[in-house]
Every structure is written in structure tokens, then in C-alpha cells.
Design a protein around this ligand. Sequence first.
Ligand code: LIP
Length: 278
Amino acid sequence: MADWTDCLNFGISIAKQASETILVAYHQQKDVKLKSSSADLVTETDQRVEAILISAIRSKYPQHRFIGEESVAAGEHLELTDCPTWIIDPIDGTVNFVHRFPFVAVSIAFTVNKQTEFGIVYSCVEDKLFHAQRGRGAFLNGDPLRASGQQDISRCVVVTEIGAERDDLALSTMTSNIFRLLKLPVHGVRALGTAAVDMCQVATGGADAYYHIGMHCWDIAASAIIVQEAGGVVMDTDGSAFDMMSRRVIAASSSAVANHIAQVIQAFPCRRDDKVSV
Ligand code: LIP
């Protein structure tokens, strides 16, 4: 079996370099543009950091392929193949970055034969580096991570996201999901504004579940393996196997909690990330 540890170590080094660029820009005036909605923002820093990351990887691994949030936004075709592929969100939590709300992450996942070999989530302002390699555990700044193992939904802190959608169906579905969970009841519902860091809270045991409808593969590809390697469960909101392109995910401390959330929440229609627009 191939060993991708050198790629992982290179990924960690460029995530740290990207963080330095992000933190300088974090404190500066930003030029903000809109993407899919008034809440889906992009800055020149998002685009510059993604270009720096891809350029550094391409120089070292010229045969590797990429799926980058801002490259796709600029029209690049999104296709996950069997080739070694880097799935990159240069700034996960761009709204937070613009507002200096201190949860902003670089998210980098690496797949081979469509299987995630490692994931890196670097929460820059917190200086928290989450990473995991398939079969070798999950870590926060080098210390091992373990999910809570909680089995009882009524004893859970659940993390979700408000998302960038602002149409009535998405908003009513999202708010009714939170209402139903609170009425179970659960101990609490939280949202940090970055799917990657949200999901990593499940790996730390600080949260017991995370769910989201509408996010993209680059938001959660890295944090999914971090949760899995921390002993958590990751699946689709319909209870089927996790599919990073479906734009639906549940990550949880146990199958019992994941399945209970799948029974309670509803999804709104989202076009798959890998579905070619007609
Ligand atoms: C963000 C996600 C977050 C979601 C936001 C946005 P971005 O990604 O991480 O969970 O609520 O709407 O999609 O755009 O900051 O990379």
C-alpha cells in the first residue's frame, strides 16, 4: 500500500504558510465580492491563497490534480478521478474572515482512487492544526483526538451551519431542523461559520454531532477523515454512506446519534458538486 506521509507533511507545511498570509490580511481592509448569494463572499485573499497552494503543490507533484473552491467558482470543471487529488478550501469561513470573527481555516484533503488518504484543517486565528491520515489516527497540534462516543441524543451538543442559501425553502428547512432538535431536547446547538472547524469539534469530543445541507466538498473533505480517524461516524443525511459530493453530511460521536439526527432533520434539494450544469 502506498505511503502518502510525505504528501501529508508537505500539506501541513503549506497550510501553515497559507495561514501566515491569511493572518496578515485578516487585520487589513478587504475587497469583498459576492458569489451565489448576499452571504456567499469571496475576497482577493481567498483567490491568492488558493493560487499559492496549488502552485506549490504543482511544483512538487506535477501529475497531481486539484479541486479548489475558487478555481471551481472561476469555471474550472469539478471531477473527482482516481488520480491523486488535492481538495482545497483556501479560507473556510470567508464571512468570518471579512468580519474578523475568529474562526477561519485552511482546509486541505488528499484523495487517491477517490479515497481520502489524509485531511488537514488549520484554524488560523486559534492556531489549531487538525489532521488525520487514513488508518493512523486524528490529531490536534500533535495530540491524539477522540470523539465523545455519546449515544444519547438528549445529552448532545450539535453543531450545524446557517449556510449561504437565502431562499425560503432552504431557510425554512434549516430553521425547522434546529427547532426539532432543540425540542428533543439536545443540550445545545452551535454554529461557528466554518464547516471544517465545526466538524472538527466532533473529533475533539467538544461537540457530539455536526450536520449540514448545502456545503461543498472542499468544506468537509478534510474534516470528514479527521472525525472518522477520531472514532466518529460520518454519513449522508439520508442515512446512506458518506458522499463528499452530495452536499449533505452528518458527523457524529456514534451511529446511534447519527441515525437519530438523520430521522429528525430534513434536507432541501441541492445540486451535487460533481453534477455538470446542463
Ligand atoms: C462556508 C462554510 C460554512 C457555510 C458558509 C460557507 P466558505 O464556506 O464553511 O459552513 O455556512 O455559508 O459556505 O465559503 O467560507 O469557504
